[in-house]
Ligand binder design. Structure first.
Ligand SMILES: Cc1cc2nc3c(=O)[nH]c(=O)nc-3n(C[C@H](O)[C@H](O)[C@H](O)COP(=O)(O)O)c2cc1C
Length: 242
């Protein structure tokens, strides 16, 4: 039986040594479907999930993960990739989805307003935000927004670096969905950013615009696979009720 959300969150620990026991590829894949249900900025889904099951690729990726323990004994791996470069394709997919949703004769006044809103959002606002040239346009937009921001609240994140953060934020949420889903079925994971990302990209044959968000080792924890008790700073140091 699957664990509850709280049980899965409590069970999840970064696992650096896995049992020499295979895990079910279909179950892992299902956890990746859960990953893809994570919330995502503008619902652009600027992510991809590479599920590594082939032994030869696992060996190559272990090297790219700097021979970390968390990679060495992993039975499978998942590479979460941020694909900011796919914004046009994803915006188009959203437009198609909404066109179909509103493709009926009896649209109410409210439907028509909402349809125009989403079409403008994906057809005008998203291109204005995401279109850039070597970071120059993004910086000009940023300066403009800072000036407008002197007079009224305004969305300020428009630089190339801001848009990269936007894509990575959503990708990391998907990664957490994945890890919690794995924990819920008794499987273990370890997120790794300690990797040669260029090498990971080459191994997976990814294009220039793709960025490695994290590599996740997967398996079942060995007896000494979790290094020590969980450490967190006291909760009242990070919790503020205002
Ligand atoms: C984005 C990210 C990157 C991480 N990179 C590594 C890594 O390269 N190697 C590693 O052993 N652990 C890595 N970790 C695991 C953290 O060290 C671990 O989450 C932290 O120590 C807390 O322990 P816990 O996950 O067991 O609660 C990473 C975790 C995150 C979220």
């Amino acid at each position: 039986m699957e664990k509850t959300v709280s049980e899965a969150i409590a069970y999840r620990r970064s696992t650096r040594k896995y049992k020499d026991e295979p895990i079910d590829t279909q179950k892992v894949k299902h956890c990746l479907v859960n990953a893809s249900l994570a919330p995502t900025s503008s619902n652009l889904q600027l992510w991809e999930f590479y599920h590594i099951t082939k032994q030869e690729t696992l060996i190559k990726l272990t090297k790219a993960c700097l021979d970390q323990n968390a990679a060495k004994t992993a039975q499978q791996m998942v590479v979460v990739v941020a694909r900011k470069d796919l914004w046009r394709k994803r915006a188009k997919a959203n437009i198609e989805f909404f066109k179909k949703s509103y493709d009926k004769a009896d649209l109410t006044e409210e439907d028509l307003i909402r349809k125009k809103m989403v079409m403008d959002y994906y057809g005008k606002l998203i291109p204005t935000l995401y279109f850039d040239f070597l970071g120059i346009l993004g910086f000009i937009k940023y300066l403009f927004l800072q000036i407008v921001g002197l007079f009224r609240p305004i969305y300020r994140q428009s630089r190339l670096s801001d848009m990269r953060i936007v894509a990575h934020k959503s990708a990391a949420l998907a990664a957490e969905n994945f890890m919690i889903s794995m924990a819920a079925i008794g499987y273990d994971t370890c997120a790794m950013e300690g990797s040669d990302t260029l090498m990971v990209k080459r191994i997976l044959g990814l294009p220039y615009g793709a960025e490695i968000n994290m590599v996740i080792g997967c398996g079942i924890r060995a007896e000494n696979g979790v290094y020590g008790a969980r450490f967190r700073v006291p909760f009242d140091e990070v919790y503020f009720e205002k």
